[in-house]
Write a protein that binds this ligand. Structure first.
Ligand code: ADP
Ligand code: ZN
Length: 601
């Protein structure tokens, strides 16, 4: 048989012109029969790193993947590209599973996706022992880490692969970047001899935006979606199930196609909503963090947070679900005083040990620091993961509209001393009333209309004071009470400011600016694009997807449709040159899309 070269497979099967670094080196490593560990951000192009050598090498490539939905998606996409791929998991009937096993034994599969528990049972291992194997790919390899939230006990046993099949090269892949996880993957999977490939974790196509929204977050979200992402798919994260349902209802009532998703919904509702999100275009999923892992829909155009994530890791992971296809995408967040108070309270009230709390507190501090930043968000984000970025990015809110700062030393002293004089037990609303000199019955009863800080805060309005309190809490100059009433007390860290030894410069809060209107097609399309053609191409794609029973992006990615708009090909040979158009898809769908283009020109 004529051995296929990786570059030919990239071009003919997947329709891409060249490898992205370090895909070619990773593939060469596996082709040479050696092991590899690949750390690459979401959307970086991990799949081709094992799919291509699995096709090029003799035997079948075995892919271990923890998520059934993702497996089905990948197999559907590979089959569309003409690759002989299948999966073995619990969704198959026994007869279906046996048929796949037969195909494997007959050497009829390039790639077989297997759930870890399935792989580890004696029967599957027996089967593999009788089959020539091209490689093992361990996807989502961070699931081996006992400290991560995606821990899968079966992953630990995957070291057995190395012992049973020492000749078969292995590749482990993950989008989790931190050093401890990396070390754990290497030791637990026995990958000490593996070549390690670490890509930049920057996601340049994602625009990071964090706005202060006290009480008006929903309205701001609605405006953001309507003005910038109408008709596009996105995820809105909320902290609680209740809020998920409220926000989804609220958006629907305003004419947006939104669905709720959280762990409290019946399994079949969750499945239905997830399937709709994948198969339809322009749906907004309002969800708790229960939704997301294993969503590899490439054209999620925005991820919005209506609550603050607990850590930068979580923020990076959640926002990372936007823009896998490399086209412009938004990570949008609105947060306010109440978020800061809630998260601080949850942390202090948790039953975790001191050491654990210390770590969590540190993570939350870092997240709050990112929110209150006055310099480039991307630089800070990457720095947190140990990756330097020499220049400000130009694609985050602070780069695009540098925030003003102001000397908040004196108002901060007034606020802190008001906390002190009222006995360190009142919440923000009360403190603001005292500062503004409001006389209500409670303030009078407490005698706080007679203290020195009563009515001394006329330089700011109530919103201004709330913003200041938010930043004082965010910076740890004020602490939230343990009982959960929102009472504030001073911390050691506030002393230098209170004594006047240290000035305090803060970010000036701005209401999220209105963006330029972007018609009904978000930012995906370049200005002046032919919207009618875009809609027609998407409609054709949707029909084909429905016929095939696959999500639209499995037929062609948005990037490919956009290339069609740009190039307006009139023949199969010019269509074949566009990214994402391989031989099989050209044969199957080429004419259908050419017809649409002809009609529009
Ligand atoms: P990951 O698994 O790392 O999140 P994927 O493997 O899903 O990323 O790839 C992300 C996107 O990049 C996909 O749309 C894929 O088709 C595309 N892609 C991958 N490699 C290339 C390449 N060499 N040239 C062009 N597009 C690529
Ligand atoms: Zn920036």
């Amino acid at each position: 048989m004529n051995a296929l070269q990786p570059l030919d497979i990239l071009r003919d099967t997947f329709g891409y012109e060249r490898f992205r670094a370090p895909q070619d080196e990773v593939i060469a490593t596996l082709m040479a029969g050696e092991d590899a560990l690949v750390l690459m951000p979401t959307g970086g192009g991990k799949s081709l790193c094992y799919q291509i050598p699995a096709i090029a090498r003799p035997g079948t490539g075995i892919v271990i993947s923890p998520l059934i939905a993702l497996m089905q998606d990948q197999v559907a996409a590979l089959r569309q590209a003409g690759v002989r791929a299948a999966y073995l998991n619990s969704t198959l009937a026994p007869s279906e599973a046996r048929a796949i096993e037969q195909q494997l034994l007959m050497g009829e599969l390039d790639l077989l996706y297997v759930a870890p528990e399935r792989l580890l049972n004696g029967r599957t291992l027996e089967l593999l022992a009788q089959t020539p194997l091209a490689l093992f790919a361990i996807d989502e390899a961070h699931c081996v880490s006992q400290w991560g939230h995606d821990f899968r006990p079966e992953y630990i046993q995957l070291s057995i692969l190395h012992e049973r099949f020492p000749q078969v090269p292995r590749i482990a892949l993950t989008a989790t970047a931190d050093e401890p996880t990396r070390r754990e993957i290497i030791t637990r999977l026995g990958l000490t001899g593996a070549r390690v490939f670490i890509s930049s974790f920057d996601r340049p196509n994602i625009r990071y935006r964090i706005a202060q929204g006290d009480g008006n977050a929903r309205e701001a979200l609605l405006r953001f979606i309507r003005e910038e992402h109408a008709g596009e798919a996105g995820i809105v994260y909320c902290l609680s199930r209740k809020k998920v349902e409220e926000v989804a209802d609220w958006l629907v009532a305003r004419g947006l196609p939104a669905l709720p998703y959280h762990a409290g919904l019946p399994a079949e509702v969750r499945e239905r909503h997830q399937a709709r999100f994948l198969n339809e275009e322009g749906l907004v999923m309002v969800a708790t963090i229960a939704f997301g892992m294993g969503i590899d829909k490439p054209n999620v155009r925005f991820v919005a947070h209506l609550n603050l994530p607990k850590s930068i890791e979580a923020y990076y992971q959640e926002t990372g679900r936007a823009g896998r296809d490399g086209l412009p995408a938004d990570a949008w967040m609105s947060y306010g005083l109440q978020d800061v108070i809630t998260l601080r309270q949850m942390l202090e009230a948790s039953e975790a040990g001191d050491e654990h709390k210390r770590v969590e507190r540190h993570k939350l501090d870092a997240m709050l620091g990112l929110c209150e930043l006055t310099t480039c968000r991307r630089q800070a984000l990457l720095a947190y993961f140990g990756e330097p970025l020499s220049e400000p990015c130009g694609n985050c809110d602070t780069c695009l509209a540098p925030p003003a700062t102001w000397d908040a030393t004196i108002p901060a002293q007034k606020a802190l001393s008001c906390v002190h004089r009222t006995g360190q037990r009142f919440g923000v609303t009360y403190l603001v009333d005292v500062l503004l000199g409001k006389t209500d019955e409670r303030i009078q009863r407490n005698g706080h209309d007679r203290i020195s800080t009563f009515g001394i805060g006329t330089e700011l309005n109530a919103a201004g004071w709330r913003g200041l309190f938010r930043q004082l809490i965010a910076r740890g100059l004020l602490a939230v009470d343990l009982e959960g009433h929102g009472g504030l007390r001073l911390t050691e860290a506030c002393r230098p400011v209170l004594r006047g030894d240290e000035p305090l410069w803060l970010r000036k809060d701005v209401r999220p600016a209105r963006s330029a209107k972007h018609a009904a097609h978000g930012r995906t399309l370049p200005p002046g694009a032919d919207h009618a053609l875009w809609d027609a191409l998407r409609a054709r794609r949707r029909e084909l997807a429905q016929e095939q029973g696959v999500p639209p992006y499995v037929i062609f990615h948005d990037a490919t449709l956009m290339a069609m708009m740009e190039a307006r090909p009139h023949s199969l040979s010019t269509l074949a040159e566009l990214p994402g158009v391989g031989q099989r898809k050209l044969d199957a769908y080429g004419e259908a899309f050419l017809e649409v283009i002809r009609r529009h020109t």
